[in-house]
Design a protein around this ligand. Structure first.
Ligand code: NAD
Length: 318
């Protein structure tokens, strides 16, 4: 019987996945403890037709060592641990789970935008440190005087845009793919990348990490920004040069930053970001809620089932 094997995961159990896979007449196996190395995956998953993977490395060595595998499903959006190119060459379908956490990530981003614009982390940190008074954080512009700029206007940015509407920011966005009609539907003004960097008071990053977006927030782009700009990054850590960001936060060029993702995760214990009182730091947690974790498990299992049924999963990448 066709078999799905879970190489590794961080959930309390796999009952949600089991229901989906077994209802379709297939078998589900869970490897315990989690596979961590290429050799463990090869040794323990020889019977797999489809792998479900959270962090285990699915490399050329693994895919060539498991010729029976015709599909790999990643629990999550990023597929950095899977060699997509070799999977494509071998005719193996790779799928992620693209739509399980848009609500949560957009909630997280808007929470950071509002907190920073109201200087809540700044004041919170000083009050905890025994100080009092808002004057160190002035000026504090009214929301209606601020421009919120989205780098990319995909599914998460659109939800942030909707959630930001009642707060009366002016909204602008740069996205090289999105049509003028789509921007108009959301009441968002399309601009080019330079205009966004130069005119936004709050910059929220929502693009993928690509060669052209890697470290797009750096000393050069920061120099073009308005004084007192706020940066929110719930997308990917590699979009930001952290050393340049720290310099700008210390100099007051940026009034604050909200960061859920980092160049290296977990964030180093000695990172200078940890010592700044004008930043909000969260541990790549924007996607997390009880519901989103359930959706992730169910949708990943549905993708594995669809591969076995010969259907293309919604998140197919190869
Ligand atoms: N923090 C988390 O836990 C978490 C969870 C899910 C997603 N994410 C990240 O959030 C980001 C957005 O996710 P999404 O679901 O909205 O993706 P999406 O695919 O719906 O949207 C991405 C948008 O980026 C645009 N884009 C592509 N290249 C660009 C470029 N060079 N400059 C500007 N825009 C560009 C695309 O046109 C698209 O509209 C991704 O980086 C994703 O990895 C983070």
């Amino acid at each position: 019987m066709p078999t799905v094997i879970i190489t590794d995961h961080g959930f309390p159990g796999v009952e949600l996945q089991r229901k989906v896979i077994e209802a379709a007449g297939f078998t589900l196996q869970e490897i315990k403890p989690n596979c961590k190395t290429e050799q463990e995956v090869i040794q323990k998953c020889g019977e797999a037709d489809v792998l479900m993977v959270q962090w285990a490395p699915i490399t050329r060595v693994v895919l060539e060592g498991l010729p029976r595998v015709r599909g790999v499903v990643r629990y999550g959006v990023g597929v950095d641990n899977i060699d997509i190119q070799i999977a494509r060459e071998l005719g193996c379908t790779v799928s992620n789970v693209p739509y399980y956490c848009q609500d949560e990530v957009s909630d997280h981003a808007i929470a950071m935008v509002l907190s920073l614009a109201r200087r809540i982390p700044h004041d919170h940190n000083q009050v905890r440190a025994g100080k009092w008074g808002i004057s160190p954080f002035l000026p504090i512009p009214a929301f209606s005087d601020l421009t919120l700029g989205f780098v990319a206007f995909g599914s998460i940015a659109r939800k942030v845009s909707e959630k930001a509407k009642p707060f009366r920011f002016r909204q602008i966005a740069f996205d090289p793919v999105v049509s003028a009609d789509s921007f108009a539907k959301y009441g968002v003004e399309p601009v080019d990348r330079d205009t966004l960097i130069r005119t936004a008071n709050i910059i929220s990053l929502h693009c993928p990490l690509l060669p052209e977006t890697r470290q797009m927030i750096n000393a050069g782009s920061i120099a073009q920004m308005k004084p007192g700009v706020l940066l929110v990054n719930t997308a990917r850590g590699g979009l930001v040069n952290e050393a340049d960001l720290v310099t700008a936060l210390k100099a007051g060029k940026l009034a604050g930053a909200g960061l859920d993702v980092f160049e290296k995760e977990p964030l180093a214990t000695g990172s200078p970001l940890r010592g700044l009182s004008n930043v909000i730091l969260t541990s790549h947690a924007a996607a997390v809620s009880t519901r989103s974790r359930e959706r992730l498990q169910i949708q990943a299992a549905e993708a594995a089932r669809d591969i076995l049924l010969g259907k293309r999963p919604a998140g197919a990448l190869t």
